[in-house]
Design a protein around this ligand. Sequence first.
Ligand code: GLP
Length: 631
Amino acid sequence: MSILNSPGKQQTQKELYEKTRSVIVKDSTTGCSQLAAEVAALIRERQAQGENVVLGLATGSTPVPFYKELIRLHQEEGLSFKNVITFNLDEYHGLAPDHRESYNRFMREQLFDHIDLPKENINIPDGTVSLDAVYESCLDYEKRIEEAGGIDLQILGIGRTGHIGFNEPGSSRDSRTRMITLDRITRRDAAADFLGEANVPRHAITMGVGTILAAKRLVLMAWGGNKAEIVQQAVEGKVTDRISASFLQEHSNATFLVDDAASSQLTRVHLPWLVGSVKWDGKMIKRAVTWLSHRFEKPVLRLVDGDYNESGAGEILTASGRAYDVNISVFDMVKHTITGWPGGKPGTDDSHRPERAEPASKRVLIFSPEPSDAIMSLGGTIHRLIEQGHQVKLVVQTSGGLRVPDLAARKFAAILQEMAGLLGDGGSSAGGEYASQVLKQLEDKGAFGDDTLDIKRLKALILRGEVRDAAQVCGLAADTVVFQDLPFYEKGRYRQFQMQQEDVDSTAALLQEYQPNQIYATGHLADPSALQTLCYRTIEQALEGFKDEAWVKDCRLWLYRGKESELNSYEIDMAVPMSPEQLDLKGEAIRKFQSISQEELDSSGRNQTTAKRYDQLGMAEYEAIESFERG
Ligand code: GLP
């Protein structure tokens, strides 16, 4: 199906709730190659007519696979961009074009340097313009778009606040290119790129909502589960300046291009019985009944026939009998997910337990993409596994050093320097010299320069210390924490990591050596270019290589969600309750990560929400719950 040339509004019954046309694709690679093919066709069509094409471009990790495909089309299929004029959506204010995080540099590295687009055809808002010249510069940008004949096709991503470009909540329908103050969430999301939230610029120059809506066609791409909720609100919710992407509903040729994970909250995917018939298997019934229970704020066992009928789920009763029977069966399904024995309860009947009883002492590998991920998501479960006699190893997949602010590195280097002084060698020892070297390198690179190898190493060491302390609070001895330092992380940077075979090999070696009975991992639903996703792929691919080995057949994979989302009640296959003391303990473990912003690490709220939801379904009332899906 053609993405660009089809009508702007939804057509079918299934898409009833969608107010902007949405195309769901399996993954970003599929979506990007479809979109790139459409763009190539448009460019060639105009070339044949001797005309230009005006493309509006976006930054962020979302369009990266699209740009890769355009480069491939240029290099392998001779697609020329000589007749293309581009306008970028936005730029941080205060960043020079060569700054490592400027969108100007991003576009050169990700696209412009690899195709034959004439330099004079490139337009990006100027981030270096002085405050008193901003207004004129924005007017000029609008004028240039107009002179080029308007934008034929505007590519968009979506921020977590629902922004397009940098049109943060409050941006009006008719706003034009202007300077904007960045939202707190946006700055927090960019914190890893800028080595700390404090370094993220406060302002940006962005095309306005009105500028964007004036484009003839709009394609908004979104990948990964982290975008699912905001995509649903933008596509199905009301048009509001709180979510600037919702204005796409007012455009006659706008398309949301989303992968499976990003579409997961759209009604046709999330609540499919509301828009058509579905196959009522156990999973679907559980999904519908827990949804009913949350919707009516009634425990599962108190739902009556009328509740089912009134809310479009009456079909379940036709297929499965009375509400009374369905309620009991769903109640049992949910109840059986709860266990205080995440490694299985030895010597008991495990037919209704999430994990098998034998072997009584399991070899458990817990993969943590960045040092804090596993502690935040399953600190309580780790504690229980150890208490219950399992052999647990925490595999820290990447050093996390790219996140550590310079301030922390400076502090440790200064301590080392002073210690060398105290030891009476006047700082001339290897340690003292190393410390002075790092301090000088920090000075030389300034706030935004690239970290030298020494700085990178020191930052990684700081996090190593912190994760060891945190793991210890959860009961893990220092020698059970394995630092994998996956090569893609060591060589790359956020939003631009590239996984290689060596990463898979490193994970394969670990798995082969340990041959676990249980694995805990995350990253299966994140944005495809996210570090967590790449870490997960190394596990997936490594396991694929061992699929015929006996230990893999006997190994269970438990998936946890990262810090930004939580599992819906119906998705949970194992719910591990936490007492108030256990929650406190987990809090203590998380606080060991002093070099990372504590706000970023706040996850106990999520565990409490999961517990409240279970309570609301009619389960026992726990303080908090850590939750997992079966992989
Ligand atoms: C920034 C950009 C947006 C982009 C958003 C999402 O805010 N200004 O244009 O859509 O980030 O970024 P990502 O694609 O990395 O999720």
